[in-house]
Write a protein that binds this ligand. Structure first.
Ligand code: PRP
Ligand code: ZN
Length: 299
């Protein structure tokens, strides 16, 4: 009898292990995304490099971003949040499963402002300092810049030209202020990057099922981020014209107002496109326009 009772018990689920950056440019965005997915973590316990969620089968591992692709490739973590630049440079066998729409930056080649530059051929014969030798080599090869040499260093790339270590650099540019501070100019983009979700290539079924649930939430968060819920009022005879102008995702909802001859129109729109059409909407007779933040959008 006892044996039978035990056999019907569900074995405890092994959580999905997610590696995120311990400190640096992705740290805040990664934590914010997990929070927006409604997943709660207790403040870090005895192990400062690990934390368990209280309401979702997820465990966080805090790592250096350079180590995340390797840890996912050998399944120390099942999935990870890391910059596409790191994924491409490390070239480990992992799957990129989602672009996460934060920590956008580019890997670029920059030269001292005083140096003349007409085009990529001017990079020939230059010595270029970088922490991204693989990506830089690939870019130079693809663009037939065969005579440039690469100096690999592990940080403070931006000061390399001023201390005579190299004539040019290839480094991440986000706001561009590091380049300005170091009197450098960006001349070529090697890679456009942002935070991405990566996964072990052959996840066990159990972890894959948890990943699907997590992805469902992540997509709802990302969808909501760039869109707004719009409400506006307009005379009845203007509604058709206005709904044509609105950059809506789907057919808008039209509701009667108490005032005869007036309607209210509701719709979900891409925020950037909405601002482009605002003048035309007002000209067409839209009034009392409300722009509302969306928390989650499930499509
Ligand atoms: C990157 C890069 C630059 C800086 C560029 O460093 O190496 O130093 O960001 O950003 P900006 O265009 O906004 O000035 P990161 O902060 O990733 O740290 P790192 O120095 O460890 O690479
Ligand atoms: Zn730096």
């Amino acid at each position: 009898m006892n044996t039978q009772a035990r056999s019907t018990e569900k074995p405890a689920q092994e959580p999905l292990r997610l590696a995120i950056q311990k400190s640096g440019r992705l740290k805040e965005g990664s934590a914010e995304l997990i929070k927006e997915c409604g997943i709660h973590f207790q403040t870090r316990g005895s192990n400062p490099l690990k934390a368990s969620a209280s309401n979702f089968p997820l465990e966080l591992l805090y790592l250096r971003d350079d180590d995340i692709p390797g840890c996912v490739a050998d399944q120390a973590a099942h999935i990870g949040i890391v910059g596409l630049n790191v994924v491409e440079e490390k070239h480990k066998p992992v799957r990129v499963i989602e672009r996460l729409d934060f920590a956008k930056c580019r890997l670029s080649i920059a030269l001292p402002r005083s140096m003349e530059y007409q085009g990529l051929e001017d990079l020939n014969a230059l010595h270029i300092a970088t922490t991204y030798p693989r990506l830089l080599r690939k870019f130079l090869d693809e663009n037939n810049v065969q005579d440039a040499t690469i100096h690999e260093i592990s940080g403070s790339v931006e000061i390399a030209p001023s201390i005579g270590l190299a004539q040019a650099i290839c480094d991440l540019v986000s706001s561009g202020s590091t380049l300005i501070e170091n009197r450098l100019k960006e001349v070529a983009v090697v890679l456009d990057s942002e935070a991405v979700l990566i996964a072990y290539e052959d996840l066990p079924d159990e972890q894959n099922e948890i990943l699907e649930r997590l992805l469902f939430r992540i997509r709802a968060v990302i969808n909501a981020k760039n869109r707004k819920y719009i409400l506006l009022n307009a005379p009845e005879d203007k509604i058709e014209m206005i709904s044509k102008l609105l950059p809506s995702l789907e057919s808008p909802t039209v509701i009667d107002l108490l005032e005869p001859g007036w309607k209210s129109l509701h719709s979900v729109v891409y925020e950037d496109k909405f601002w482009e059409s605002i003048d035309a909407l007002i000209d067409a007779g839209a009034e009392s326009i409300l722009v509302v933040t969306i928390d989650k959008l499930i499509e």
